[in-house]
Design a protein around this ligand. Sequence first.
Ligand code: ZN
Length: 490
Amino acid sequence: MAELLKIAAAYIRVSDERQDEYSPDSQLKKIREHAAKEGYLVPDEYVFYDDGISAKSTKKRDEFNRMIAIAKDKSHPFDVIYVWKFSRFARNQEESMVYKNLLRKKSVSVVSVSEPIPEGHFGTLVERIIEWMDEFYLINLGAEVVRGMTEKASRGEPTCAPPFGYIMEKKKYLPDTESGAAAVVCEIFARYANGEGQREIAVNLGERGVRTRQGNPPDNRWIEYILHNPCYIGKIRWSMEGARAVSKRDYENENILTVDGHHEPLISTELWEKVQHKLEEQKKKYAPHARKEQTIDYMLKGLVQCSSCGATLAINGRSGKSHVRCLQCCNYARGSCHTSHSVTLPKIEAAFIRGLEEAAGNKQFAISPAKAKKSEVDTPDFEKLIALEQRRLERAKDAYLSEIDTIEQYGKNKAEITARIKKLTAMRDKQQAPSTVDVEALAKEVLALIAFLKRNDVTDKAKNEAIRTMIDKVVYCKPSESISIFFRRN
Ligand SMILES: [Zn+2]
């Protein structure tokens, strides 16, 4: 019996952004050659071609959508989708993962002809790295940023701004002896190892006039961060997720690599070990306390979400000297979200009331999107796109902080990305605007709610319940210091 030829599809998309682009015809030719070697035939009917659409744009990709629809069909017309590059297939990593998962369930794989990928788990990782580099390319940072950072880190050279206690000179960290910061670092380690608490040390240093790089008096979080930074024993940290991920208080993130640096350590390895041991003990001691904090009532309890990962913000300790309670993204606290969304309760509550007042004043209300419509291929998920742009903004900052981009380049990137966020937000709001809402009535209800929230004789629990009757969620975006209030769809 003659063996049946296996059938594959080809997806071709040309962007005007890249210089190294093959024409659609040569892409198809290369794809067919490659497919033939693997025993596949690409019939004309399964060649899908989207024309001249920028990978950055959110415009429809008609042929892409048609291809996905055919791939999902019960008849299983093809096993493989060949692309020239992964960046042709999807516009960003999230999108790529969404579609690849969907296709995997239908036993359809996506193969890049020009980026051969090894099998198995390692293959998946490599695939993600390629996609991640493509994202970098899209924000005009170029592959040289990634290459530069990786090379620097592997050579033990700093990839981000020097930590407190060091200064940068000729792209190297040098102990900051002139300002006395290096001595302060040594003192912090020694005092903590001798049994003093982080808050105690912070208060004392503050009274003596010690200030952080940002010019603030030290707080216990700052002390904690210093105590966790292996830079002080001569190591360099580097993260695939960018320099900012390293600078976060995410001490257990396994994506952060620690390599030997070339700079002078400020403290001995013995002192470091002793301090790490104490930090471990302290963590064990305070975990039950953190659980107690979760039972505290506040008006926005369970309603505030992280703009990066969508997780709920919960009480996560107190801020500095003022002892004010702070909210933080749950995933960040666990280490799986890489953007800190720390905000004090009074600040977010004030912003929330201000947001309500503005909404009532302008009679403009963002309504939560209707649920369970995720499978629609051609409705762009604006939340996701906005989150992606926010991440790009962070990466642009990384490139600047690690001295790879100039301030001018950073400014340009920042302006472009911010403009896109604004546009996407407007598009999202427009899409969500329901025609049936009586804005006059809603504005009145909102004003009544504000009056209720301002009362001192009402419990936080009652306020929380009142808010929930009208508000679905409050999304807090730390990078832009803004909140978005979503009203319930009735
Ligand atoms: Zn988060």
